[in-house]
Design a protein around this ligand. Structure first.
Ligand SMILES: [Zn+2]
Ligand SMILES: [Zn+2]
Length: 613
């Protein structure tokens, strides 16, 4: 092992990839790819350097050649298997009772289902109960017996098989207008610690699935000389992704996105329309505050991801239907092992700037960043959602100061009026216990929420902030600069109808966005009018935030790294590479130089011999 090997083993010996994305977007496809035994089995598209290759083609070739030499399969841990394990711990009669309550119209099917799985359930249940036997210490969560867990999850694959079987059986049930069984089990587990119980939330449970996954990672690592590459399919609650981010510096969350039409087409093969509507629970926009801790929330999971992948359906005639996503996965797998092996794409570089900008936003509901570039990705301006310059953003204002009028410039004449002030004071009043729970936090308020309450409306017009995209475009109007016609707009969210209109009017030619399932702004605003003037929208692919630095910051200058490996010496190699005549010429050149220097030295010294070279 060379010094470099041990340096890079800091990255290569332990990797955890978490996948997230909506049902039908392709997480399972990605998971499968990562678990392939050999590089060749993955069928990554061959790099082609045509007659006029681009730098992106060259980057792909470099990443391809590197990964081929460094392939090791990932071990798959399924969150749904963890949920199944918790199910198996329960009595089958409770399981049946739960299904009967949730599917009141399916009682006949449920009896059949239970009859079919009964034998398997009960025999596996015994093993699972012994796996859970360890009694957790006070205040600790449940833990597994390492050996039995290793057997059931990794070696025999028994839990996985039963999981698959259960999921198939569930497909025979008609989903009523709510979640699917596994969505329920997962939510309940995070809420109460029991997949069949949905009463009373206990905060300690929200990491229960993540904790078990963490233990499985540990078991896997101990089995393989502390070396492990793990893929978790999938992360469906943003607190879980926070859990992994805080624990592992080697954790990367991949968001797998696809066009809505494409996603629905894939799901249509398995579900009918009302079932699809039920499954959309995973993407609810408005979670009650406490629900954030245990409900599935794919939208937030996508927002907090490190690496964004695009998984379109490609025409069969092109051969592999998964070319696009495979090429991108290959890049990131190579970069995880060898940070800086290739540089970011132009859109990655621009999105990272927008991503960095978003944290300047003082909006207390959402932070968004945007940049505008010309059509060569040269940066023209930056923006984030915030109040107009000179006004105070919501984050820096407080209910107390509004009421006591101790910072008058921070609040509008309207807000300082009795009606509005009274509403805000009443809404944000607190008991002594709540005051303690605040632990010194500043109490800001959202003007829009208050005003919409007064109007009994949901009007976006009342936001105090300008939108990030709007702000970026306005910087040019404010300070001057180059026109934005034919330029590109990048947003860390997706452009709303108002910003889409402005981009259209400015002649922006392309909009890069992260939030994969926007409202109707694309269809309504952007897909209207003369086709050649319509801005194109492009789902962003790339690494952002922390991952950008993690993946693109080299461990050392690449030249030094190669020098360490090849031990090259230019002078030595040069003289060795010369032919006899070249050598003779080289020697006579050197002698000429020598004579010249000696003559120069003689002019200064009284004793010529001492200067003899
Ligand atoms: Zn606000
Ligand atoms: Zn907007």
């Amino acid at each position: 092992m060379t010094g470099l090997d041990s340096l890079y083993s800091l990255r290569s010996r332990f990797i955890v990839i978490g996948l997230t994305g909506r049902l039908g977007s392709g997480c399972t496809t990605v998971a499968k790819l990562l678990t392939m035994k050999r590089f060749e089995d993955c069928n990554f598209p061959e790099p082609v350097l045509g007659t006029s290759p681009t730098n992106e083609d060259r980057k792909y070739r470099i990443a391809f050649d590197f990964l081929r030499q460094n392939w090791k399969p990932y071990t798959l841990i399924r969150a749904s298997d963890v949920i199944t394990a918790f199910l198996l711990r329960e009595d089958i009669r409770d399981f049946q009772a739960f299904l009967e309550i949730k599917y009141p119209t399916n009682s006949k099917q449920i009896i059949d289902l239970i009859e079919k799985i009964k034998h398997e359930f009960c025999s596996l249940s015994e093993d699972v109960k012994s796996m859970f036997k360890k009694i957790p210490a006070a205040g600790e969560l449940v833990t597994l017996d390492d050996e039995i867990a290793d057997q059931l999850f990794f070696r025999s694959g028994k839990i996985e098989q039963f999981s698959q079987r259960l999921k198939e059986e569930f497909q025979t049930l008609t989903i009523t207008n709510e979640s699917s069984p596994y969505q329920w089990f997962g939510d309940n587990l995070r809420k109460t610690g029991n997949p069949l119980q949905d009463q009373s939330f206990e905060a300690a449970n929200c990491y229960i699935i993540a904790q078990i996954i963490r233990q499985l990672i540990k078991i896997n690592r101990n089995q393989s000389n502390k070396e492990a590459r793990i893929v978790v399919d999938s992360i469906r609650n943003s607190m879980e992704s926070r859990f992994f981010k805080e624990r592992y510096s080697a954790f990367y969350q991949f968001a797998v996105n696809t066009e809505e039409t494409c996603r629905l087409a894939r799901l249509n093969k398995h579900y009918n329309t009302s079932e699809l509507k039920a499954l959309d629970q995973e993407y609810t926009k408005d979670l009650a505050t406490e629900e954030r801790f245990y409900k599935q929330d794919i939208q937030t999971c996508i927002q907090v991801s490190d690496i964004y992948l695009h998984n379109p359906d490609e025409p069969k005639s092109e051969g592999d239907k998964r070319k696009t996503i495979k090429k991108d996965i290959l890049r990131y797998l190579a970069l995880i092992l060898q940070p800086g092996i290739i540089t970011p794409t132009p859109s990655e570089r621009c999105m990272q700037i927008a991503y960095t900008a978003k944290y300047n936003s003082g909006c207390i509901s959402r932070q968004v960043g945007a940049v505008v570039t010309d059509s060569s990705f040269s940066l023209k301006s930056i923006g984030w959602n915030n109040t107009a310059e000179g006004q105070t953003p919501c984050l820096l204002r407080s209910v107390d100061h509004l009421v006591s009028n101790s910072d008058p410039e921070a609040y509008s004449e309207y807000e300082k009026g009795e009606d509005y002030k009274r509403l805000i004071q009443k809404t944000h009043s607190y008991t002594d216990t709540e005051k303690d729970a605040l632990k010194g936090r500043n109490i800001s308020f959202c003007f829009k929420d208050g005003q919409n309450c007064i109007d009994n409306n949901k009007n976006q017009v009342h936001t105090r902030s300008l939108h990030a995209e709007e702000n970026a475009m306005l910087q040019i109007a404010k300070y001057g600069g180059e026109g934005l016609k034919n330029g590109f707009l990048f947003t860390t969210a997706s452009p709303c109808e108002l910003c889409s209109k402005k981009a259209y009017q400015l002649g922006i030619s392309r909009i890069f966005f992260i939030d994969p399932y926007p409202g109707i702004s694309d269809k309504q605003i952007l897909r209207s009018g003369e086709p050649k003037r319509q801005p194109q929208t492009q789902l962003f692919v790339g690494a952002v935030g922390r991952a950008y630095h993690h993946l693109f910051e080299p461990f050392m200058a690449y030249k030094d790294e190669l020098k360490t490996l090849l031990k090259f010496n230019y002078k030595k190699s040069y003289s060795e590479s010369l032919s006899e005549t070249e050598k003779a010429k080289y020697v006579s050149d050197l002698e000429k130089q020598k004579r010249f220097i000696e003559e120069e030295l003689f002019k200064f010294g009284p004793k010529p011999d001492t200067y003899k070279l």
